[in-house]
Every structure is written in C-alpha cells, then in structure tokens.
Write a protein that binds this ligand. Structure first.
Ligand SMILES: Cc1cc2nc3c(=O)[nH]c(=O)nc-3n(C[C@H](O)[C@H](O)[C@H](O)COP(=O)(O)OP(=O)(O)OC[C@H]3O[C@@H](n4cnc5c(N)ncnc54)[C@H](O)[C@@H]3O)c2cc1C
Length: 505
C-alpha cells in the first residue's frame, strides 16, 4: 500500500473520459496516475448507457457538445481498430410519426448541417422501409455516422492500453480532499494516502462538482437523472437493422425511450429519465413502475416479444447541470480552471456535466485536454508508444472457424466452453482474471469476457468460474466476490503502468 505518489498529471475518475485522457497523454513523456474509487474502471456511467455513437444532430450549433460529439464520432473507427473494440456503423433513423413531429425533425436536420454531420438524408416512408422493413412514420432523418459500440469494452481497452504505456491506476481509491502546495495539488484518499500532481484532471462524472469544490473551484451543482433499461435476449438479434429514435421534445432530459441493438446482439429498451434525490447519486435501482412501462413500450414496438425475452435490467445516471424544474440539457464544461486556484502554480482541468454524448465525445475531449495539459507542461512525444492492443475484436466464438481451430491447437483452453449462453471459453475467463489492471471483482471478469451476460445470467458459468478462482488462483470464492469491496476498507490496489511501478510506488 502506498502513502505517497507524485505525478505530472493525476486524473480523478476512470470512466471513458478519464481513461481516454490517460491513454492520450500516455503518448507523451509524462508521469501519469489515475485514481478511481471503484474496484475497476468503467463502473460508473460509462458502463450504464445506450452505447450509441451519436452523429451530432441533437446539439445546438456552436456548443461544446456539438463540437466534441462530431469530432469524437469521427475518431472512433481508427481508435476502435487499434484497441480491438467492437463498433458497428448501423446508422440511425430519427422518425416523425405525425405532422406535429416535423418541426422538431427539420430542426435536427438544420443542426446537423451546421454541425458538419456527414451523409444525412431526409427519407419518406418508402425509403426508410428499405433500411428498416415495416417501420412506421411520415418522414425520417437518416444519419449514417450513428453507430453502436461496446461502451465498457472501450473504457477497459483505453485503460489497459494506457497502462501498457506506463500509466498507473489506483483502484479502490477515492479522492476525499485536495490541498494546494506551491507547485502541486495534493489529493488525499479516504485512508490518508496522498497523490500529488502538477496538473489535476477532474473526470469524476456524477461527483465532478464535489471534486472541483475540494480544490476550492466553484462548480455548477450536478443533479443525477436516472435512465432505466430492459435487456432483451439475443433471440431477437437481427430484428433491428438500424437505430430507431423518436423526435425528441424541446425540454426532454434524454432522447426518449427507444429500442437500441447492442454490438453483442441484444436489444435495449429505454432509457427512462427520472431525477433522483441527491442523497445517493449512484442509486442504480430499477423501479417496478418504470420496468412495467418499458415492458409495455417494448411490446408496442415489437409485438412478437415473449415474457422470457426480458432477461435483465440496469440503469445509469446522467450528471445533469439542469435542475428537474428546468429539464433539457446544459452544455459540457471543459475548462482549465488553474486561474481559480489559490496559493499554487499547479493546474486543474475540470470536466463538468458530461452527460450524453460523453461516450461519443471521449476521444475529442481527450485531445482537447491533452492540448491544455501540454500548454502547462510542455512534454515531448514518447518514443515507443504502443498504439495497438493485443487480442481480437469480440469473443472467441465470433471468430472464423479456421482461426478458432488454429487457436485451439496452440492454446487448448480455447477448446473448453465455460459460459454456455455466450459461448465463452476457459482461456477468455483466464485472460479476464489476469487482466493487466489487476482488477478483482466478478464484474471485472464479466465485462472483460462477457461470461454471465447471457440469458441464464451466470447460472451455468458462475460455479465454474468460482471453482477456477479457488483451485487455480487460491481465492476462496467469497473472498473473490467480496475482495473488491473488502479492499475498499483494507487498502487500495495499485496497478503500476508497465515500467512505471517502481517510480510511483
Ligand atoms: C441512461 C444514459 C444513456 C446514455 N447514452 C449514451 C449514448 O448512447 N451515447 C453517448 O455518447 N453517451 C451516452 N450517455 C452518456 C455517457 O454514458 C457519459 O457521458 C459518459 O459515460 C461519461 O463518462 P465519464 O468518464 O465522464 O463518467 P463516469 O463513467 O461516471 O466516470 C467517472 C468516474 O469517476 C469516479 N469517481 C467519482 N468520484 C470520485 C472520487 N471522489 N474519487 C475517485 N473516483 C471518483 C467514478 O467512480 C467513475 O468511475 C448516456 C448516459 C446515461 C446515464
């Protein structure tokens, strides 16, 4: 357990934004640390969303959101190819069902033109049905740059690649106070360990205002607005050829309830939009009323749905700057607040109110933050930056047969299925257990391998995984299950970036 670590740049929060920044900065000669209060990266909003790369039609021209979403979307193909993250450019139809929706649809089109959204087309019913057979509506806006992605897959990949390039991740480490030294900001965690930095980056999502205030910077208050979802079984894979969205109303806090196919072949119904009390911004419960309304909406949109198709639910909370009585959305705040600090020459960059489309925008936000950091700490590009992540896109079972046969010949553990629903092999489970960040929670195995995500929700594979943890890694199953949580009270987990561990340890 460390009690002091010194960095050039320290990032608070390992969601998609914090991890994208860490990876971007790892291209430079900088000592970089990330602290994350949870036992793994991507356990906040970044694993709890629709996983859509938005085109940029929804955002007012001239706003930060319009700028970073269009740029971020365009950067994703190259990034996902390097990091082996699944991404499908399936496009989106925003559909006017009646005349009343038309002004809203035309507004989206105009915003898209002003924001530089590529390839848009307005389509009548005949043309929209060529994309999605049977769809109803009088006019639709087609945006081919809309896409689906694995949101937790991207966040984990960014973090693991940043780690391979020397970034140190401190998991189970919650920033609880910030002191100013003459040329440093010093972040304290709950156990009293200290992490100092020349530049501090606040990427704390739902808690960004609290972290900003710890450093004495006035930040707009954040309201958490929950979105609940149902996940549908893969039996329906292929039903949706594209994303189908209603035209959003002017003050809607989200983009409306809709069906979203996932890169893994499931369909999501949701998200709802409901402000929750401030006592617990991370209250991720699914509520009976909303589940019932999502079920009804799902049956209206896909009448062939069976009760057994609804396999699980989840929710994610938007960090909003707009209070419940106002609704709608405020613009992202991405700003160098160094001038607002007192008694130090250190720098601080605050990322505030990154609700949707923070996932789409993450690579563009990372490049803007990189420029802000380099203005404060001029650093050279690092020789030997590792851009590619090893491995393959998706799961072993999605690879061509010939490739799988070759892989089984050289690694027999690919020949043993551990998770029957998702067809996940023993080798994929082992790779997830031995993840480079050293994250130790069942959810770490789940998000890395996709085991436990199928229709039996772990009924078949969990006993096997638990036996493997016990027999091959010496963990009592309940220790492993609880380890992450126990660690929060006992001590943090440091995962020194390749080559950086001693320097920072
Ligand atoms: C219902 C819903 C649907 C959405 N759909 C989409 C979509 O389809 N497309 C899209 O582009 N965007 C979407 N979004 C938005 C997107 O998910 C977020 O903008 C994005 O995930 C924000 O990432 P982040 O890294 O800023 O925040 P987070 O992922 O929340 O990361 C912040 C991290 O900081 C950590 N943290 C907080 N406080 C501290 C502390 N004191 N010390 C240490 N660590 C701390 C948290 O544990 C967390 O891991 C959606 C959001 C919601 C809620």
């Amino acid at each position: 357990m460390i009690d002091y670590a010194d960095y050039d740049v320290l990032i608070v929060g390992a969601g998609v934004v914090g991890c994208a920044i860490a990876r971007e900065l790892s291209k430079y000669d900088l000592r970089i640390g990330v602290i994350e209060k949870e036992p793994d990266v991507s356990l906040g909003t970044s694993c709890r969303n629709s996983a859509v790369l938005h085109s940029g039609i929804n955002y007012k021209p001239g706003t930060v959101r319009a700028d970073v979403s269009v740029r971020g979307n365009a950067m994703m193909d190259a990034l996902c190819a390097q990091l082996k993250v699944p991404l499908k450019r399936i496009g989106k139809l925003t559909i006017a069902l009646t005349e009343t929706d038309l002004p809203g649809l035309h507004k989206q089109h105009e915003q898209g033109i002003a924001n530089g959204v590529p390839g848009m087309e307005l389509m009548d019913n005949e043309r929209m049905r060529k994309i999605q057979p049977g769809v109803e509506g009088i006019l639709a806006l087609w945006t081919p740059s809309s896409a689906i992605i694995s949101s937790f897959g991207l966040t984990i990949a960014l973090a693991e690649n940043a780690h391979a390039n020397g970034v140190t991740f401190h998991l189970n480490t919650e920033a609880s106070g910030i002191d100013a030294a003459p040329d440093r900001l010093i972040v304290m965690d709950r156990r009293g360990a200290r992490y100092s930095a020349k530049v501090l980056i606040n990427a704390a999502g739902l808690h960004c205002d609290e972290v900003g205030r710890m450093a004495g910077v006035e930040c707009p208050r954040i309201w958490a607005c929950r979105g609940e979802y149902y996940v549908l079984d893969k039996r329906l894979d292929g039903t949706l050829k594209t994303l189908l969205y209603p035209v959003p109303g002017p003050n809607d806090p989200g983009l409306g309830i809709h069906l979203t196919p996932t890169v893994d072949g499931n369909i999501l119904i949701g998200p709802s939009a409901q402000y929750i009390p401030d006592e617990d911004r991370e209250d991720y419960r699914a509520t009976a009323d909303i589940m019932e309304s999502l079920r009804r909406e799902g049956l209206r949109l896909l009448p062939e749905l069976a009760a057994s198709d609804f396999i699980r639910n989840f929710s994610g909370n938007r960090p909003k700057q707009t209070p419940p009585e106002v609704g709608g959305n405020a613009d992202f705040i991405i700003r160098d607040d160094s001038d607002r600090l007192h008694g130090t020459s250190a720098g601080m960059i605050n990322l505030l109110g990154l609700e949707s489309p923070g996932l789409t925008s993450a690579p563009a936000i990372a490049s803007d933050v990189r420029d802000m950091v380099l203005r404060r700490i001029p650093a050279a590009e690092k020789a030997g930056f590792i851009a590619e992540r090893p491995g393959f896109v998706g799961t072993f079972s999605s690879l061509p047969l010939e490739q799988r046969m070759d892989m089984v010949r050289s690694e027999p553990e690919y020949g043993e299925i551990f998770c029957r629903c998702e067809q996940i092999t023993r080798k994929e489970i082992r790779d997830a257990i031995e993840n480079p960040l050293g994250a130790r929670a069942m959810v770490s195995i789940k998000y890395r391998s996709r085991a436990m995500m199928g229709r039996c929700q772990g009924g078949f594979c969990v006993p096997r995984i638990v036996r493997m943890l016990r027999d091959e890694y010496g963990f009592a199953p309940e220790d492993y299950m609880l380890k992450a949580h126990a660690a929060m009270f006992e001590g943090p987990r440091e995962t020194g970036g390749a080559g950086e561990a001693e320097k920072n340890g």
